[in-house]
Design a protein around this ligand. Structure first.
Ligand SMILES: Nc1ncnc2c1ncn2[C@@H]1O[C@H](COP(=O)(O)OP(=O)(O)OP(=O)(O)O)[C@@H](O)[C@H]1O
Length: 466
């Protein structure tokens, strides 16, 4: 199923435990680096992520790649379907649907019994929500079917039929004589889907059913993957770091640096001519001369080193790249060259970027949409031009006012009076209220909801009610 989303993040949380200060300290404290982020990233777009240092941008980038395991929430990846990828969790859930539902119901009951603590956290509610999403992406509304064992069995048949379609399609690509087998596989899947539709009609068309129904798709829940499954999927999802000095192994030549992930993923044989040809092709795409192949990172300038980092990520033919402050360490003139290269590659290679930067003028230049983060939360997101023309969150407004007018001034954002509160013990209510000039009583009490005020323009602020 085609989906314009490439990644869908739901209630994503990443908490880092803080080391206890003494053995008398009972409560485990956490740095709430990401504290409930819900956002979609669409195919082919550059999603810019801005906010002051420490607001959790890098953490979000790393959690998306599952370099850090997520504490809560769901990250669904649509670059491949479950039929193509066959992650083990699909069978585990569908084979045991009645038990899965029981587990979910128990979590929902527990969540109801827990009162939110003063920092508005109900961890049981998070558990229930996560497990709900883990299941409904596979079942849709059939999670509420009367005969769950039967629903699970049929969904599993549909899944196997879908996997068969993928296999036959691959054979067809190699051999046109396989058309009949392919068509038979498609027909079988359609028949099972028709039976599933019948089952759906038999369910009570309640709000809960309809809510679950909207999630039925064939994306991959990254948080559910086993280590080895994740390793394979990393081909699709790459990262480029800020500091090309420390992210490149100084003992390896450019050729070795680019070939390392290719050999690791068994795409090429070490030392083969094909590999060398491919590396030169990638280097060329990234503006690196062929004869650089035997040089070491220290023999290059910062901009060239960043090109090596880009080539390394690009070599695996990824679909999605997190660019984490990818140009922040470079001189302004070099920055624009690297930004142009990224832009060019995005179009040629059909890439999607999450572009993390503390510098709004850079983000403005490259992004289709922008998300603004404050203390672990997304406070606003919209199309780039709407963020600049019509900022709805007071924090976004302050960020925009702080864009330096002389572009030589590329310093960390120091935009508002007052310190950023601690992410270990953030302010109650809206986390921004301690620095907001419009703060009202409700802002000190209640966390504002994330609402869509205009198409594609989301904000979490009590001033903006729909
Ligand atoms: N591995 C870690 N262990 C413990 N705390 C961490 C870890 N990584 C990040 N943090 C904390 O999480 C919060 C968010 O950090 P993060 O690096 O994601 O912010 P950022 O917006 O990218 O800022 P910067 O641009 O300064 O890196 C910070 O308080 C940081 O100290």
């Amino acid at each position: 199923m085609e989906n314009e989303k490439l990644i869908s993040i739901h209630n994503l949380k990443k908490y880092f435990p803080v080391k206890k200060s003494s053995f008398l300290q009972k409560e485990q404290l956490y740095v709430k680096a990401n504290d409930g982020i819900t956002i979609d990233i669409n195919r082919g777009e550059t999603f810019g992520l801005v906010g002051e240092s420490g607001c959790g941008k890098s953490t979000l980038g790393r959690v998306l790649l599952q370099l850090y395991p997520q504490t809560q929430g769901n990250t669904i990846y649509y670059g491949k379907t479950i039929y193509e990828y066959k992650p083990a969790y699909v069978e585990r859930i569908l084979k045991n649907l009645p038990e899965q539902k029981k587990k979910l119901d128990a979590l929902v009951e527990k969540a109801k019994a827990v009162k939110e603590d003063e920092t508005h956290h109900n961890f049981k509610a998070d558990d229930a929500d996560r497990v709900f999403h883990e299941i409904v992406h596979l079942t849709g509304g059939l999670i509420y079917a009367k005969d769950l064992a039967k629903a699970g069995k049929l969904l599993l048949e549909e899944y196997h039929a879908g996997c068969k379609v993928v296999e036959e399609a691959a054979k067809l690509e190699k051999d046109s004589a396989n058309r009949a087998a392919y068509e038979a596989a498609v027909k079988k899947q359609e028949e099972i889907r028709a039976q599933l539709d019948e089952m759906r009609k038999e369910c009570e068309q309640s709000d809960a059913f309809l809510k679950a129904e909207q999630y039925w798709d064939h994306g991959i829940d990254l948080g559910m993957l086993k280590k080895e499954e994740l390793r394979l999927l990393r081909q699709d999802i790459q990262i480029i770091f800020q500091d090309p000095y420390s992210s490149l192994n100084p003992r390896l030549t450019v050729g070795q640096l680019i070939s390392e992930p290719l050999v690791g993923h068994k795409l090429f044989k070490k030392g083969s001519q094909e590999l060398e040809d491919y590396i030169i092709e990638i280097m060329d795409k990234c503006g690196l001369e062929k004869y650089f192949i035997h040089r070491y990172p220290h023999q290059f300038s910062g901009g060239q080193r960043q090109r090596i980092g880009i080539a390394r990520a690009l070599a695996l033919n990824p679909k999605f790249i997190v660019c984490d402050e990818a140009v922040s360490a470079l001189d302004v003139s070099i920055q624009s060259q690297i930004l142009n290269l990224l832009q060019e590659l995005k179009e040629k290679e059909n890439l999607t970027y999450l572009f993390i930067s503390h510098d709004l003028s850079v983000v403005k230049y490259i992004s289709d949409r922008i998300g603004v983060m404050y203390l672990g939360n997304m406070v606003e997101s919209a199309r780039s031009e709407d963020i600049f023309k019509n900022p709805l969150h007071p924090y976004t407004e302050a960020l925009l006012n702080a864009i330096p007018t002389t572009d030589a001034d590329n310093k960390e954002l120091q935009i508002l009076e007052g310190d950023i509160p601690s992410p270990v013990n953030p302010p109650k209510g809206c986390k921004f209220h301690t620095r907001c000039k419009y703060a009202m009583d409700i802002c000190r009490e209640k966390n504002p909801e994330w609402v869509e005020i205009e198409p594609q323009h989301f904000v979490a602020c009590h001033l903006r009610k729909k």
